[in-house]
Write a protein that binds this ligand. Structure first.
Ligand code: C5P
Length: 220
């Protein structure tokens, strides 16, 4: 499927996990592989958009035809990359699994083990989507909600709190949904409370639908 429904639009996609250094050797991260975000970037390219992909560490190859590829590690790096590229963007899709907490202090040297416990103090990272939501203007903003409990209640709260146009909610406890796999089972929730329930499908197919919904909102 190749169309030009998003030609003339710039889409920024975030993908993959962020990772937070503890010391030069260790870090905190999550199970995100970036598959969903990379599939979204590809779908946006297919629809004729200029695509900026901001990605945490993954094993995936950046898709051909990107306008820009920005590799980041920490949430703070991702935040800066998103903010620096916001100006020319019409559409922002935040599928990255962002680390909410980061070590309060990062040791320059490898932390040596002792016989006792090690207490790691964590502080909050910025919520990128929440910050962008405050200054979005007429940009289209799409978020993801990966949950293990109370999926739709949490998704509805996030749509309001983060000022999103719609949110893609998925229950990561279901087989064939969430991290690592090639499929996803998602519901698209809009601000007015309407919901589109989708079957289990490939992340490519889901991306096509997400971009279709974005194109509808962007009035093309
Ligand atoms: O609040 P929660 O992390 O569940 O929200 C998920 C959505 O918010 C995703 O779209 C994710 O990319 C985004 N997010 C973010 N910055 C954070 C945490 C989540 O942009 N610190």
């Amino acid at each position: 499927l190749s169309t030009c429904e998003l030609s003339g639009k710039t889409v920024l996609v975030t993908a993959g996990p962020t990772s937070e250094a503890i010391d030069p050797v260790r870090y905190i991260t999550n199970h995100s592989t970036g598959k969903m975000g990379y599939a979204i970037a590809k779908a946006a390219i297919r629809k004729g958009a200029k695509v900026i992909l901001v990605s945490g560490k993954t094993n995936l190859k950046p898709p051909l035809g990107l306008e820009k590829f920005l590799a980041v590690e920490s949430t703070m790096d991702m935040y800066n990359a998103v903010v620096e590229n916001l100006d020319g963007c019409d559409i922002i899709i935040k599928s990255a699994a962002v680390a909410d907490y980061t070590p309060k202090t990062k040791s320059d040297k490898k932390i040596k083990k002792t016989e006792g416990e090690l207490v790691l103090e964590l502080q909050r990272n910025p919520d990128i989507l929440f910050e962008i939501g405050k200054i979005k203007g007429d940009r289209i903003l799409v978020g993801f909600a990966a949950e293990t409990d109370d999926l739709m209640e949490n998704a509805a709260k996030k749509i309001e709190k983060k000022n999103l146009d719609f949110i893609v909610a998925n229950d990561i406890t279901k087989e064939g949904a969430g991290f690592g796999v090639d499929t996803n089972i998602a519901k698209i929730l809009y601000r007015d409370g309407s919901v589109i329930e989708l079957e289990k499908m490939s992340k490519d197919e889901l991306s096509e639908i997400i971009l279709q919904k974005v194109a509808e909102l962007s009035g093309k």
